[in-house]
Design a binder for this molecule. Sequence first.
Ligand SMILES: [Zn+2]
Length: 445
Amino acid sequence: MPDATSPSPIDGIARRVASVWGIRSRRMSEDRGITGGQNSGPVLVHAAAAVDARGVIAPAAMVLDGGEILDLGSPQQIGPVAGGMVLDAREEVLLPGLVNAHCHLDLSGPGPVPPESSFSEWLDRVLALRGDSTPAAMAKAVEKGIELSLAGGTAFVGDIAGFPRRPQLDALRASNLGGTCFPEFFGLGDRQPATCSEMAAFLRDAGVKDQAVRCGLSPHAPYSCGPEVIRHAVAHEVPVAIHVAESLDEAQFLADGTGAFREKTERLGAWNDGVVIPGSHPVEYVLELLGSHPAALVHLNYIEPHHLPLLADSSATVVYCPRASAYFGHPSTGVHQYREMIEHGIPVALGTDSLLCLDTPDRISVLDEMRLLFQRDAVSSEQLIKMATHWGAQAIGEDPSLVDFSTGSIGGVMALKSDSGTPTLDEVLQSESIPRWIMPPQMFS
Ligand SMILES: [Zn+2]
């Protein structure tokens, strides 16, 4: 397993492309002595196919220049490009850099860990593993997560930052990834006013806009945050992410205040006289608190059929983490209803959750979630690319045009081979291949 200090294969590729284009990569220029130069002209890429959420062009010719797509079409339509270099990807499929709509990069330190018999026990284990949450340790874990994300073809993340939060945001902002950092907050009952003040102060200090990585908010979950905290978070009108209906223990706690999560809440000292049990299902409860505000609802492992129209009528985006759900055995009552959600017109993005749950120690990427759903559930590649790009962007408050091949700015372009040698997205999703960046993410503040 590579550790955080070993050079990633992405570095060599990124460096090469950057030096050709004079890409102003902050990380590369600061850490490796490469300075941004004059753009050396357009690059023409010939590929077996270019696939994005809008469709497929096969074969494809793409003209890139200085972080932008100038043109895309068939090789006949595009023809030669005067004065530019030509990249040969005729054995590969081009994809936009992907959106990992839910990750915990600050949990990348320990690497994958085996599942426990209960979620509660697993949480205890994670807290013990995470142990050292000094600013330096958190920043280091996020930096490892960033390298692994780039190695898997990720351009944008919706990253949850646990305590102390700010080092994780700063590490992301110093990277080439774009997206949203969601600092995570807890607060039940009497603790709510203090948590609301803390959220407001964090946003004020962090700065919300004019950054490649914007700052959102994550009230952790409806069993760990009271209604005031959730309402306060969405009132700030920044991207919001909440873990919802992840486990049956959560549903029980919200229904009548009993069960494993009650015990856990008391043990952690979070229970107090001001806690009011809503007596409703997590999905209904959270949707009522959100009103018309958008939010990313993460997991939704346990929903009832009548929640589908409620979700469809809301402004929420669902984030499904297929490998994480499978790792914890969710939903234990059947299969995840992400396909029913999509049929009801609900956008469903893909997330990885933390590296702790993944079977890919060398990368953190929703490419592997796409592969799981393609192979396990026979979901079409057209649907999967939409989940991994446009709907992911929607979940984290990003501009969807940065993750498709429309002309103009793009978050990154990568090329993938298939194990069979047939360069189609279907074959890539049957394969184990690792992406190579044709144009790496290059976020500017
Ligand atoms: Zn999570």
